[in-house]
Design a protein around this ligand. Structure first.
Ligand SMILES: [Zn+2]
Ligand SMILES: [Zn+2]
Length: 220
């Protein structure tokens, strides 16, 4: 279970102004990462300072009114309150993106082959952040990535989790079958017995699946 960290708790500066001109019922939640090199802190005690640094950069170097994101998530299972619900973000790269979508940023980064560990606690933190943005912020159910708004590699290695539904707090994980995959390899991917996936999707012997098929992934 993830833990919410309020702005007061992480030592946020006051926002310079408020902008509630948004329509998140027409979009949903966009996933980001810090990017660049690996940035996840080894100790959670260092995460609040990292968030303060991001806010300072956005306010002092970019000249924005506040940290750009609605919330930020760390690999230790914490959600840092960003602009929060009902506030327009500055993170999604387009006017429509900022109008219709909230923004949640993971404190992760790195190259595809040398990326911060995507922990179960980080996934839990996304579930909490997205659930809040839906229940208190009126976000629609869709989840996408920064790259769906404009050309960017963001959110890096988190993008497969955006695509297969693992970040969805509804808990109904799905997986879209790719070339070369089998029920066995997909089971390995999620830590779920492949027979459970076959049963959940009513797949009979000889357990044939096809590329593009969307599978429900049951709880392990
Ligand atoms: Zn981004
Ligand atoms: Zn942390």
């Amino acid at each position: 279970m993830a833990t919410f960290v309020t702005r007061a708790q992480w030592g946020a500066r006051a926002r310079r102004s408020s902008n509630t001109n948004i329509t998140p019922a027409n979009g949903g939640v966009t996933v980001h990462h810090v990017g660049g090199s690996r940035v996840a802190r080894g100790s959670h005690a260092d995460c609040a300072a990292q968030v303060r640094g991001i806010q300072n950069y956005h306010m002092d170097s970019n000249g924005w009114t506040d940290v750009a994101y609605s919330h930020l998530t760390c690999v230790h299972g914490y959600v840092f309150e960003g602009r929060g619900e009902r506030q327009r973000t500055a993170a999604n790269g387009t006017d429509a993106g900022n109008q219709n979508w909230y923004a949640v940023c993971a404190l992760t980064g790195g190259s595809s082959s040398n990326y911060d560990a995507i922990t179960a606690q980080l996934v839990d933190a996304f579930h909490l952040a997205i659930a809040r943005l839906r229940s208190s912020g009126g976000a629609a159910a869709a989840i996408n990535g920064h790259r769906n708004h404009r050309a960017t590699e963001c959110p890096g290695n988190l993008y497969p989790l955006v695509q297969d539904g693992r970040l969805n707090p509804g808990g109904s994980r799905t997986h879209t079958v790719r070339a070369g995959e089998t029920l066995y390899s997909i089971g390995q991917l999620y830590g779920v017995p492949w027979m459970s996936i076959a049963a959940a999707n009513n797949i009979p012997e000889p357990y044939t699946i096809r590329i593009g098929q969307v599978l429900i992934i049951p709880a392990a």
